[in-house]
Design a protein around this ligand. Structure first.
Ligand SMILES: NC(=O)c1ccc[n+]([C@@H]2O[C@H](COP(=O)([O-])OP(=O)(O)OC[C@H]3O[C@@H](n4cnc5c(N)ncnc54)[C@H](O)[C@@H]3O)[C@@H](O)[C@H]2O)c1
Length: 322
């Protein structure tokens, strides 16, 4: 039985604790938050052994094997380095860091450790995303949209230093999904976008076109202008030799138009990304299985957003990677 510690007992800390409670082979053991009452509240709800406001208590506790880092994004780097130094397996919520440089530092530390380090890229794990990949496994074009209702002005995620703004914070979900469905490495991007309304001045809405080394073309729309009717917050389209498909309603409804057929097929699924992501983490730790959302994946998702923001500023095509 793996003992888990959650550092950051806000929204994501609670969601991961709920997942841990449902999975065999792992249990909620410790909770840490700068606000001790939050740690105590989750400890009591999930029957943990420890609640603390000091991360050092988590890292020095030999009983803890896996640490979930669910704090604001600007603390991910220092906490991940400390967790690896202490010999813990780690799940880091997305995005890896606010800056690409820090994301690379996390990736390098993960590479040098012999621990499982996974990034919270939940979309990869949805049953209907897996189905979409099976239905169209050689896409020509993939389009992903992550369009939320306006984020509150004083939300920490809109602070350029703490969260980087919604295009960074939720955009990495979209860029990771684009990469995952395209099935190749992104090469270059041309993007347009701006700071349209958030008072912190972050880029808050962006449209980008990526080309992938395997020839796939991809588009990403991300922002907080308002969830569109019928599509909802997340929308994916794929086009390939097998046909075309549309995923809507938070990726729980899939409509597939097989090439040359009159009838469309429709599938319904659950919003099961968090649970499946946690199952995959435990499998990687207990069975030495490959990490399905690695720090490299997290880094590439962030490099795509970083290059898109560079492109909208330079008004030129920018390389994502050499
Ligand atoms: N995967 C997803 O769908 C998803 C969705 C939302 C947020 N997130 C990510 O999850 C992370 C947390 O977001 P949230 O919405 O849960 O935030 P939140 O504000 O609800 O909770 C963060 C908690 O971390 C605590 N904290 C901050 N620094 C700390 C430190 N050094 N030590 C201990 N506790 C500390 C805060 O006191 C707070 O209670 C962010 O990186 C965010 O981008 C992921």
């Amino acid at each position: 039985m793996l003992n888990a510690a959650i550092i950051g007992c806000g929204e994501m800390g609670r969601i991961h604790a709920e997942c841990i409670e449902k999975i065999d082979g792992i249990r909620n053991w410790a909770f840490c938050d700068l606000d001790l009452s939050r740690a105590e509240s989750l400890r009591d709800r999930f029957h943990g052994a420890l609640a603390t406001q000091y991360v050092s208590e988590i890292f020095s506790q030999p009983a803890i094997e896996v640490v979930y880092i669910t704090t604001q994004t600007n603390s991910h780097l220092s906490l991940t380095l400390a967790a690896l130094q202490a010999g813990k397996h780690v799940l880091i919520e997305k995005p890896l860091a606010v800056s690409l440089t820090e994301a690379m530092q996390i990736h390098q530390a993960a590479e040098q450790s012999n621990k499982v380090v996974m990034v919270g890229m939940k979309f990869r794990f949805y049953a209907l995303i897996q189905k979409a990949r099976r239905l169209i496994n050689n896409p020509f074009m993939v389009s992903v949209q992550v369009m939320d209702d306006p984020w509150p002005e004083h939300f920490w995620a809109n602070d350029p230093v703490i969260g980087g703004g919604n295009v960074v914070s939720q955009g990495v979900h979209g860029s990771d999904l684009l990469c995952y469905l395209a099935g190749g490495d992104p090469r270059q991007v041309f993007a347009s976008g701006a700071n349209y309304h958030q008072p912190t001045g972050v880029i808050d809405n962006l449209a980008a076109t990526f080309s992938f080394e395997n020839g796939v073309s991809g588009s990403l729309v991300v922002g907080d202008t308002g969830q569109p009717p019928a599509l909802g917050k997340f929308c994916v389209q794929m086009f390939g030799s097998e046909g075309s498909l549309l995923l809507t309603e938070r990726l729980t409804r899939l409509a597939f138009h097989p090439k040359g057929k009159a009838e469309n097929l429709e599938f319904h699924g659950e919003e099961d990304g968090f649970l499946q992501e946690n199952r995959a983490l435990i499998k990687s730790i207990l069975e030495n299985a490959p990490v399905p959302a690695s720090t490299w994946d997290g880094y590439m998702a962030q490099a795509m957003i970083d290059a898109a923001i560079r492109s909208l500023k330079s008004k030129k095509v920018e390389l994502v990677s050499e």
